[in-house]
Design a protein around this ligand. Structure first.
Ligand SMILES: [Fe+2]
Ligand SMILES: [Fe+2]
Length: 275
């Protein structure tokens, strides 16, 4: 592992007490929405950002959500936890030195992956898992946020390595010693997040290696679709972000169904995407 990354992981910010308590609720089967709402409300900036995301057209909610408590009722506790988590990651990072718009681009990709993950599960007739899929989609690339902290020079080396041949993951491993997926798994582990999130972050590019294979497969498929959605190339753009056939097959989807599903999900994204 690149010594700078080891240092970065060793110096992950200590989580404020209310965020630690919120993370602890992820593991608590008896946690209720009221507790989540109260903890989020202890941090006004976090609450405001969470409401902003919650009111985006992606959710298509019939009325504007004005309070965290209302958000918990409408979206469910699991999704609100995910929103808070992603918001916390974003606000904790040092953004100086990052290329212009990098953080916004990363946030847009995370949000796209999260929504496509939950829509995919709804389409598969598994709406009860949609909240967990949303959260896993939101945090899947947290390792990129860690790697980018290493600075422009290291990032440039990865880009150059990529241009000289091979894929991103190979380039990252060559320059840094780990991929952003592996680094993401490490970040989630050090912050004590649930195993399912650790696995989805670590294996979102190699979902068949994950312990919770179905959820990692959902995130993998949604990740690829989110790239296609954001680059605007539609289904054709999927060729640039290779999707593992084994991932959709593991979800019980055949090739033809996957083609139709991909087109439907990209349409839904385009319809809901804020202009
Ligand atoms: Fe990734
Ligand atoms: Fe991604």
């Amino acid at each position: 592992m690149h010594p700078l990354l080891a240092e970065c992981l060793d110096h992950l910010p200590v989580l404020p007490l209310h965020v630690q308590s919120l993370f602890a609720l992820f593991h608590d089967p008896n946690a209720d929405g009221r507790q989540v709402g109260e903890l989020v409300c202890q941090d006004p900036a976090l609450a405001a950002q969470t409401l902003r995301v919650c009111n985006s057209p992606f959710f298509g909610l019939p009325t504007e959500v004005a309070s965290i408590h209302q958000a918990v009722v409408l979206l469910g506790m699991e999704m609100v936890q995910g929103l808070v988590l992603a918001t916390y990651f974003q606000t904790t990072l040092k953004s100086d030195g990052l290329p212009g718009g990098w953080l916004d681009g990363a946030a847009d990709h995370a949000v796209a992956t999260a929504h496509i993950s939950r829509w995919l599960l709804q389409a598969l007739g598994e709406p009860l898992q949609a909240g967990a899929a949303f959260t896993a989609g939101l945090v899947h690339d947290v390792g990129k946020l860690a790697l980018v902290q290493l600075g422009r020079e290291v990032e440039q080396q990865v880009v150059e390595r990529r241009i000289s041949g091979g894929d991103w993951l190979t380039a990252e491993r060559h320059v840094i010693g780990v991929t952003h997926a592996e680094a993401g798994g490490e970040v989630c582990e050090r912050w004590g997040l649930p195993d399912s999130l650790i696995q989805c972050a670590r294996f979102h590019h190699t979902p068949l290696e994950a312990l919770n294979e179905p959820m990692a497969c959902v995130v993998h498929v949604a990740d690829c679709l989110a790239h296609a959605a954001v680059t605007g190339g539609g289904v054709d753009a999927l060729a640039t972000e290779p999707m593992e056939a084994g991932a959709w097959q593991a979800l019980g989807i055949d090739d033809e169904e996957m083609g139709e599903l991909a087109a439907d999900l990209l349409d839904l994204y385009a319809t809901r995407s804020p202009s």
